[in-house]
Design a binder for this molecule. Sequence first.
Ligand code: 3UK
Length: 529
Amino acid sequence: MSAHVDTFARDNLPAAQFLPEFRFDLPTLQFPAQLNCAHWLLDRHVAEGRGERICLRTLTTTVTYAQLLQQANQIAQALVIDMGLVPGNRVLLRAANTPMLVACWFAVVKAGGIAVTTMPMLRAKELNSTIEIGQISHALCDDALVAELSNSTLKHLKTFNTCGADSIENAMKKYGHAFENVATAADETCLLAFTSGTTGVPKATMHFHRDLIAACACWPAHVLRANADDVFIGSPPLAFTFGLGGLVLFPMAMGASTVLLEKTSPAHLLEGIETCGATVLLTAPTSYRALAAHGAALKKTALRKCVSAGEALPAATRALWQAATGITLIDGIGATEMLHIFISADEIDARPGATGKVVPGYQAQVVDDAGNVVAAGIVGKLRVKGPTGCRYLNDARQTQYVRDGWNYTGDAYLMDADGYFYYQARTDDMIISAGYNIAAPEVEDALLQHPAVAECGVIGVADDARGQIVKAYVVLRAGYARDAAMIEALQNFAKQNIAPYKYPRAVQFLETMPRTETGKLQRFRLHAL
Ligand code: 3UK
């Protein structure tokens, strides 16, 4: 009972023996064989009488569920009739976080296509490798961002936000408001999500219609516990599954509304929160550190739940946010491979320094190199399983991420006797210096508490005497001198706050930290400096 005419996705799934075990251990994780997630996320609300509720907001506009449905249905017809889309085709989407991007995303999924949303900042080279890996034929693109696609192998490209005769807006005018969703199978791919590149070599993860609904049934239902009156806002691009889930799937699953911002600097986030009455904020630790300076203004807003994900949340940042706003951050670790968050704690259960407990629907363990579960308090490799899991599109790295039915996230963690998981490092960011195991993020946390430090990144560099030494790259706050005295001050500060053997023996100042568009530190780029 499959709908895909173009079988590329199915043909490039990992072989059965390389897949993780999928677990559907909650009553809400039972899915019919035929399922198009767009119906459940969008059409359902209109069918059940909620069409007039606001779905999407910007600083200047609102889009109701009924309006979004009409737009998506019109674009779906343009895709099928004007652009020849057949179910299973991949469609590249390229725009900042806007209502039109969401309408295009739903159009693709409704038509049985596979959405491949891309980061607006990607350049031609990266877009072409996305197109190559995903064998992408179709694209819908904001006209302002189309230049980087001009030299691609795409066969069918339409742009929006343009007066051009060939615009999507013009094509939409030809069509009525109704469209019959393609009757996809629950286990057909509707999303290719590219990993955000902490290692630099992109790979595509494949997610089924049922996976998107499964993600809604786990973390948002059990940990976030927002409701239909909440207004979501945040910084992650919709190309990042943190953003797709947190800003589209989860609010829509509960019939809530979401603010889409094209620009997401701390000042823009604050403006959006104030103007749109946002109640749920999702962003990365770096952004919380910067936003905390606006605590007084934030206290006057309707903000009530704040989610941090994407990289480890330092206890100092949690404390800073708490002091600035009175709100306890909800930390959560997710991964593109897993679609969304699988370990987290709500504002009541949160503990400083811990990511949280395993999210209902998932299982998580800390294991040694032989795959044996280690005792509480011992550091090892994190592995998880649940209703979602890793399926790389035709990539040999599948056998690294998935072993014995478990997804190995590449993170070193410890679990305490109460079941709280404490992040240590990426498994490849463990520095071994003179026989000591040193987790790079722990050194970063220590340095971040020094008043002169704005940002820092720590790596291990080769050293004849010690095997590796700890090296810190530091961006100073304005007004501090980058000199030998500062290096010494930072080294002494580290020695006083963490075990002295962990202090950075080398310190180098940088203008900016290399980060992904999702705010993640790119340690591989520090290694290349
Ligand atoms: C790291 C964290 C400690 C960790 C993501 C929420 O980040 C997401 O996906 P990516 O594929 O990266 C996954 C890796 O990022 N990480 C993420 N969150 C945390 N480490 N504490 C955290 N709270 O190394 C993980 O393996 O870019 C996050 C939802 C969806 C996502 N895709």
